[in-house]
Write a protein that binds this ligand. Structure first.
Ligand code: PLP
Length: 368
């Protein structure tokens, strides 16, 4: 039998702060003396309304979101947005998709399936990012699409690639809430919850208000962003996403995670912890001839560290067993990157988890 997991390095669904899980456990059966679980409450009730509004308020506070952006709490994974984005934003124009790995490729494939030639795809060699000035923007370009952090390939944009006035749409499924953002540089940001801030089933979308409302006439009603905008907007900016039943339990847990981020020193506190953890791990890998990364320079992901053993005769399964014996799980890299390992070190991964991993890597190296 395997040792139980102490540190879960999964790429997602991933770990949540223990503190938050304990709080959720407490409130699961009887939420603040109401005698009900949040998951049993009507989404139109006063009790749930408080949760919903507070979740949106906290998301706005944590990321310092300007008032001309909506915060939508949407069901369905990030993949749902691969279809929703062109349906809502393409209008009568074109869009540029920057393919930098698995996830941007999936998004561009879906957009192309729906809208064909109007979707222009720019690709770069694996484990690199293109230069902004090398990307050609066509006439009537409605948006440029990027995956801000490629979860499989471990490549992250170090800052927002800005293309003049053309709105930037960014998939931040694996790095939303991991660092401070200048929201005003983006037209739309979205991310599924299950990596950095909550349970699977919720996707947070942050959309500039002028981009909402010009969806394709064939766009399904629930896929239309305008549908989710409250009638009270802009007076009540925390009342979006109540057209139908939202994923209430996921929203409550996300609210608890936002409060946890706030207690950790806000987004700057979280960013510092994340940068320290990633630097520690990359520095060790760089210093050891036994291990190597796939990605170099400032485009290295702060969230997903993709690496491998430099010795061809070492079996990956043996490395993974060695880690698991020390209570570290889910370090297998994606199947598309042969022999790779991946340490996902999202917000909730404590520094001790990274230290434990580095120690195990040192011990494994010494034993070989
Ligand atoms: N985009 C990125 C960057 C991801 O890492 C994932 C991970 O699963 C997805 C999209 C797809 O998310 P979902 O499974 O919620 O559809």
């Amino acid at each position: 039998t395997m040792a139980p997991t102490k540190f879960n390095f999964s790429a997602g669904p991933a770990l949540l702060p223990k503190e938050v899980l304990l709080e959720a456990q407490k409130g699961l059966v009887d939420y603040e003396g109401t005698g009900m679980s949040v998951m049993e409450m009507s989404h139109r009730s006063a009790n749930y309304d408080k949760v919903h509004r507070h979740c949106i308020d906290m998301i706005r506070k944590v990321l310092d979101i300007p008032t001309n952006y909506h915060v939508l709490l949407l069901a369905g994974g990030a993949t749902y947005q691969f279809s929703a984005i062109p349906f809502n934003l393409l209008g009568d124009g074109n869009a540029v998709y920057v393919n930098t790995g698995t996830w941007s490729k999936k998004a561009s494939t879906e957009a192309k399936r729906l809208f064909g030639e109007r979707i222009k795809v720019v690709s770069t060699p694996t484990f690199t990012l293109p230069k902004v000035e090398d990307i050609e923007i066509p006439e009537n370009c409605k948006y440029v699409y990027v995956c801000d952090n490629e979860t499989v390939h471990g490549v992250e944009w170090p800052s927002a690639p800005v293309f003049g006035d053309v709105p930037l749409v960014a998939d931040m499924s694996s790095n939303l809430f991991s660092r401070r953002l200048d929201i005003s540089k983006y037209g739309m940001i979205y991310g599924c919850a299950q990596k950095n801030f909550g349970p699977a089933g919720l996707t947070v979308a942050i959309i500039r208000e002028d981009l909402v409302g010009a969806a394709h006439p064939m766009c399904p009603v629930l896929m239309t962003y305008k549908t989710h905008v409250a009638k009270t907007w802009p007076a009540e900016r925390n009342q979006d996403s109540l057209y139908n039943t939202p994923p209430t339990l996921c929203i409550w847990i996300t609210m608890l995670v936002m409060e946890w981020i706030d207690r950790c020193g806000g987004i700057d506190g979280i960013e510092k912890m994340n940068r320290d953890k990633a630097a520690m791990l990359y520095n060790y890998i760089d210093s050891s001839p036994f291990w190597t990364t796939f990605v170099e320079g400032e485009i290295r992901s702060q969230m997903n560290v993709v690496f491998k053993c430099t010795k061809d005769d070492v079996d990956r399964a043996e490395i993974l067993d060695f880690f698991q014996e020390r209570g570290m799980s889910s370090l297998k890299g994606h199947k598309s990157l042969v022999g790779s390992l991946r340490a996902s070190i999202y917000n909730a991964m404590p520094k001790e988890g990274v230290e434990c991993l580095i120690q195990a890597m040192k011990d494994f190296e010494a034993a070989h």
